[in-house]
Design a protein around this ligand. Structure first.
Ligand SMILES: *[C@@H]1O[C@H](CO)[C@@H](O)[C@H](O)[C@H]1NC(C)=O
Ligand SMILES: *[C@@H]1O[C@H](CO)[C@@H](O)[C@H](O)[C@H]1NC(C)=O
Ligand SMILES: *[C@@H]1O[C@H](CO)[C@@H](O)[C@H](O)[C@H]1NC(C)=O
Ligand SMILES: *[C@@H]1O[C@H](CO)[C@@H](O)[C@H](O)[C@H]1NC(C)=O
Ligand SMILES: *[C@@H]1O[C@H](CO)[C@@H](O)[C@H](O)[C@H]1NC(C)=O
Ligand SMILES: *[C@@H]1O[C@H](CO)[C@@H](O)[C@H](O)[C@H]1NC(C)=O
Ligand SMILES: *[C@@H]1O[C@H](CO)[C@@H](O)[C@H](O)[C@H]1NC(C)=O
Ligand SMILES: *[C@@H]1O[C@H](CO)[C@@H](O)[C@H](O)[C@H]1NC(C)=O
Length: 396
């Protein structure tokens, strides 16, 4: 009943699975033909249930790929997709992402999609890092954007040298990232800036686990309307931490981050460990950060191991005059250990007027290289042993 044969289809070696009547191509294998491989990859993914990029093959992605509206697709990336660093092309043609004025190389969306295979997404970021050093308004592409998607698995993938964020999850539900390696390192004096591991935006039911990240900005960031997110077993080096926010930046917008757990996180040589940041001051937005748990962080040489900053980008005078409209409640920092770089190991800075509530701090073992570890806070009520740890925090 089953027969398979190979034919050439737009330069794609295609294996047809036929059970009597013709069916859609079951599996397509791509090779590099020189020039831009993006149109063939796009065509293959649209036509075939499984698209294979074999080990040893590097596809040159020189034009943007709109892979939205897919259904039941598997992309078996054993080789490499390399995003051609033609800065003029991408700044003019990358898909525009209105949130924080961004662009992306690749939109992947629809339902029941698997991206796997042990291969690599190479953002060829060095040209971008160097160009950004002389043009701080340069639009740099996000490597992979999961957009308007349900039930997506991204597993066993390496991402190197993204020009900017490596992953954006935008308007998606049910996305799992497992066993991802991210490495963004500049070889010049210009850093790999803003090379976040993941940003989750307007998305629900997202898991990021068992991954190793070396980068130059947030390891994972929960942006407006990230809900029901689990982050576990990550090893983050050089990053800006696991961050909620910044939230409440844009006037007229209401930002929600709720039901987030980040656990078993190793954080090394980072700017922050576990962090929540919300804007205060005049002309900002509003929102709520609720039910966030940071549990089991092992930190080493981290500038700010534990942070709440509800006066983000706002000085103390302005923050008391214009407290944050982004309320923070039901937050747990538990089992956080390791060392800072400076004397302050934990800083809980809330706006006045009870805008932080039910903040729990439990089982801290944080040390400072200077000998005296400082735990600072303002406008937070702590109880029990936590209140002893943070001497100024039994007052409001
Ligand atoms: C991407 O393709 C879809 C059709 O699948 C289309 O509706 C959408 O407008 C395209 N998006 C962009 C940003 O071009
Ligand atoms: C900097 O980048 C922006 C956005 O990509 C671009 O519009 C502008 O022309 C660039 N400026 C220079 C001096 O190249
Ligand atoms: C990822 O790799 C593991 C170990 O090789 C394998 O068991 C798993 O099936 C792979 N994932 C996918 C989606 O193929
Ligand atoms: C977040 O969700 C709330 C409730 O659905 C909505 O009012 C708000 O506009 C959303 N905010 C953003 C930034 O999408
Ligand atoms: C808090 O969030 C966790 C997921 O991080 C969820 O399992 C739990 O039910 C939530 N608790 C409440 C009271 O909403
Ligand atoms: C948070 O989790 C609780 C308990 O599971 C659930 O009732 C609530 O709807 C969740 N909140 C959001 C925004 O999903
Ligand atoms: C504290 O966190 C570490 C690192 O994640 C973990 O190995 C340890 O079991 C946790 N301890 C408790 C009491 O949960
Ligand atoms: C605090 O910020 C306000 C508003 O941005 C500014 O006008 C003021 O000069 C700042 N005060 C100090 C002490 O920096």
């Amino acid at each position: 009943m089953f027969s398979a044969f190979v034919k050439t289809f737009l330069g794609v070696a295609t294996i047809l699975a036929a059970t009597g009547a013709a069916t859609a191509q079951a599996s397509c294998t791509l090779s590099s033909l020189g020039g831009d491989d993006a149109p063939r990859l796009l065509q293959a993914v649209k036509s075939c249930a499984t698209t294979v990029i074999p080990k040893g093959t590097t596809l040159n992605i020189a034009t943007r790929m709109n892979m939205t509206g897919l259904s039941n697709k598997r992309i078996e990336l054993e080789g490499t997709l390399r995003f051609n660093p033609d800065l003029a092309y991408w700044t003019g043609n990358g898909f525009f992402i209105p949130f924080q004025t961004q662009i992306t190389f690749w939109l992947l969306g629809g339902q029941n999609i698997v991206l796997t295979g042990g291969g690599t997404l190479d953002g060829a970021g060095q040209s971008w890092y160097d160009a950004f050093a002389t043009n701080s308004s340069l639009l740099r592409p996000i490597t992979l954007t999961i957009f308007q998607a349900q039930n997506v698995l991204v597993e066993n993938i390496t991402m190197i040298n993204g020009p900017e964020w490596h992953n954006l999850v935008n308007e998606a539900q049910g996305v799992v990232y497992n066993n991802i390696h991210i490495n963004a390192v500049s070889t010049s004096s210009h850093g790999a800036q803003n090379t976040d591991g993941w940003n989750v935006y307007r998305s629900d039911d997202i898991t990021i686990k068992n991954s190793v990240i070396v980068n130059g900005d947030d390891c994972v960031a929960f942006k407006p309307n990230a809900t029901n997110v689990l982050v576990e077993n990550l090893d983050c080096t050089g990053s800006h931490g696991i961050s909620v926010g910044s939230l409440g930046q844009f006037p007229g917008m209401f930002d929600i981050v709720q039901n987030v757990t980040a656990r078993n996180i190793k954080m090394t040589k980072a700017q922050n460990g576990a962090r929540i940041k919300a804007w205060a001051g005049p002309n900002v937005g509003s929102g709520i950060v609720k039910n966030i748990t940071f549990d089991g962080f092992v930190e080493s040489s981290v500038d700010n191991p534990v942070v709440i900053d509800q006066c983000y980008m706002t000085n103390a005078t302005a923050c008391s005059q214009f407290p944050s409209n982004t309320f923070i409640q039901d937050i747990v920092f538990r089992n956080i250990s390791g060392t800072s770089t400076g004397s302050v190991v934990a800083a809980l800075t809330c706006s006045p007027d009870g805008r932080c509530s039910n903040i729990e701090v439990d089982n801290f073992n944080l040390n400072s290289p200077s000998g005296t570890a400082r735990f600072t806070c303002s406008n937070v009520m702590l109880s029990g042993s936590a209140a002893e740890l943070f001497p100024t925090c039994s007052e409001t």
